[in-house]
Design a protein around this ligand. Structure first.
Ligand code: FCB
Length: 495
């Protein structure tokens, strides 16, 4: 049995809750006791979180001075206002409105009401001492049918977000596609239809024309693997199709769309822009490090999982067995895909494990988040280092990392020690990676606030800020206080 990122993400996303029940978080691993947030005086709403005085300590790692400390959200997960001010229907609107698709029948109709509360949320990011905000544009808010006229209200909305970021000293990182395709395009075959690649490039160019005077960092796609596999192969995500052949084509088309968009964006940009893509990648470790079969399986998993994306993007080739699965692979496609990438964003949550025999689950000694994802921070360093070394020293960001645990709010406090531990351990791994000579440009915690966690609805909280979905009140969790402190000091203790 082999546990790779593919299997781990889909299997655990969909099954862990059923197997372990919700709230199954096991005791977190390191027992690390010191909690700087705990001793911190809580501030009233609107005031910045004041960092503790840096203590001079040889065990501290100081990040490079331009290190990016950010958090991420995505349009469907936070905005709400699903049918307001001319927005078109997205595949996630359709999916969540279809009974049985999302846990508890939850939808993103209101979500965090970020459409109306973005200014408050960006101020929150400022209070957390963050210098960057990663968010996505809802294509159907800008272009309701995915083609033709643009929606003035939608264009204006993202103008306001960008301006609010800049006014607060926060650099906007825009994702152009975080899974909410206009439903009208899905009705024409969605990402299986090659024409959608051209339409995406046109939409991307429009975004750069509109916001490129103020926004430098652009990501075409968030986690294309999730779109193709979870959306078109196992049906766990919108649009809910179960067609492996189509999924292979979708995976390819998304990369073609990425390349076409990169070309189109650079063509219209009046100021220099940075174009990247965000991939969910992991490193697969052999369960028995001294068993040659497990080692071989782990290596094969790496080639398959990373090769399917990093090879075409950085080398202009596909692993042969992967190429064979793509029905429509045209001459010139790999050239389009392998446009220069200014940066690569890596979303990391858990390692993969390869084992020639049945893998025990849970693994004795391992700890898990409420998603059932194993906590394995060391693997982040291994992943970043291997990508850096094997793919020509790309510019790397950790664009997502975080954990879901069942939070308890008491008054103004959410003592989310397990999430705090998780984030701190991963930030430490980033520090160690940099220390070992692999430059990492930034770390974005997922997520700024609790939000709609796709097929798990609101049952899974990933925020460093707690959201009461009844009242929309935001409360900074202890993990948020810790992160604010680390960001302010630009350092982390390695002790
Ligand atoms: C990632 C998604 C993000 C969020 C986290 C938990 O795969 O990009 O939107 O759902 O998982």
């Amino acid at each position: 049995m082999i546990r790779t990122i593919r299997e781990v993400m889909s299997y655990l996303r969909s099954l862990a809750c059923k197997i372990f029940g919700c709230g199954s978080a096991r005791k977190t691993g390191n027992g690390n006791s010191q909690n700087p947030a705990g001793s911190q005086e809580r501030k009233k709403h609107g005031e910045p979180v004041v960092a503790q005085e840096p203590t001079k300590n040889d065990d501290d790692f100081v990040f490079p001075k331009d290190f990016v400390w950010g958090t991420g959200t995505s349009s469907y997960q936070v905005e709400g206002a699903w049918n307001v001010d001319g927005k078109g229907e997205s595949i996630w609107d359709r999916f969540s409105h279809t009974p049985g698709k999302v846990k508890n029948g939850d939808t993103g109709d209101v979500a965090c009401d970020h459409y109306n509360r973005f200014a408050e949320d960006i101020l929150l990011a400022k209070r957390l001492n963050l210098n960057s905000y990663r968010f996505s544009i809802a294509w159907p808010r800008l272009q309701p049918n995915g083609r033709g006229e643009f929606n003035q209200h939608g264009l204006d909305f993202y103008d306001r977000i960008v301006d609010a970021c800049l006014q607060n000293g926060i650099t906007p990182f825009i994702t152009l596609y975080h899974w909410d395709l206009p439903q009208a395009l899905e009705d024409e075959g969605g990402w299986g239809n090659r024409e959608v690649c051209e339409l995406f490039a046109a939409y991307a160019a429009k975004c750069v024309e509109r916001y490129g005077d103020r926004v430098k960092h652009w990501t075409t796609f968030n986690e294309p693997w999730c779109t193709s596999f979870l959306g078109y192969e196992n049906g766990y995500h919108a649009p809910g199709k179960k067609d492996p052949k189509l999924a292979a084509q979708v995976a390819h088309n998304l990369l073609v769309a990425h390349g076409l968009a990169a070309q189109a964006m650079r063509k219209v940009a009046k100021k220099p822009i940075k174009v990247g893509i965000v991939l969910n990648l992991s490193i697969t470790e052999p369960f028995h490090a001294d068993d040659p079969e497990d080692v071989k399986l782990a290596e094969a998993a790496w080639r398959r999982d990373c090769g399917a994306y990093l090879d075409p993007l950085y080398r202009g080739t596909y692993p042969a067995d992967h190429a064979a699965k793509i029905g429509d692979l045209r001459e010139g496609d790999l050239k389009i895909i392998s446009q220069k990438l200014d940066f690569l964003g890596i979303n990391f949550y858990s390692r993969g494990i390869a084992c020639k025999s049945e893998l025990p689950y849970p693994i004795p000694g391992s700890t898990y988040t409420a998603m059932g994802w194993e906590v394995s921070p060391w693997a982040l360093r291994g992943l970043l280092t291997r990508i850096y070394n094997e793919y020509g020293h790309p510019t790397l960001y950790v664009t997502e990392n975080g954990a879901s645990f069942d939070d308890v709010i008491e008054g103004e406090t959410v003592a989310d020690t397990k999430r705090l531990d998780y984030i701190r351990e991963h930030v430490r791994q980033v520090a160690l990676t940099i220390k070992s000579g692999v430059p990492i440009q930034g770390y974005f915690a997922w997520s700024l606030m609790d939000n709609f966690e796709w097929a798990e609805g609101y049952s899974r909280r990933f925020g460093i800020v707690y959201v009461d979905f009844e009242t929309q009140k935001r409360t900074i969790k202890d993990s948020g206080h810790w992160f604010a402190n680390a960001a302010k000091q630009n350092r982390v203790s390695l002790k």
